[in-house]
Write a protein that binds this ligand. Sequence first.
Ligand SMILES: [Zn+2]
Ligand SMILES: [Zn+2]
Length: 140
Amino acid sequence: MAEKNGQCLCGTVKFSATPTANEVTVCHCGMCRQQMAGPFFAIECGSSFKVEDSPALGIYSASDYGERIFCKNCGTSIAWRTKDNSFSEVSVNAFTDVGELKLKQEIFVDNKPHYYSFAEETTQLTGAEVMEAFAAAQKD
Ligand SMILES: [Zn+2]
Ligand SMILES: [Zn+2]
């Protein structure tokens, strides 16, 4: 896919990223839901995620290996990435125009509250399965 642009709600934090496919992953983990005020609808962008430096750029170190990119001014959540920027999941809703997408995968399904669910047929992975796949990918 081609490189796409996006920005936060107030327009101060701007980024570019190249989606690996026109597919959406939804993360139901507790951290995503708390930070995003809902499940995290993301597009995998590998190492292509680039965010412009800005005084409003927030980088929250959420774990030993991951960080969350957001705007300190308007509060928009923009992306989750590994600290070495080798892997990124960028918010679908932060892109300006990302084109047609398909809901492909749901992760951390064991952390999903019972009060919602999606009708689309998706691949579903538990948190443990995600961590296993992630560890295997890091070894490549
Ligand atoms: Zn902003
Ligand atoms: Zn999550």
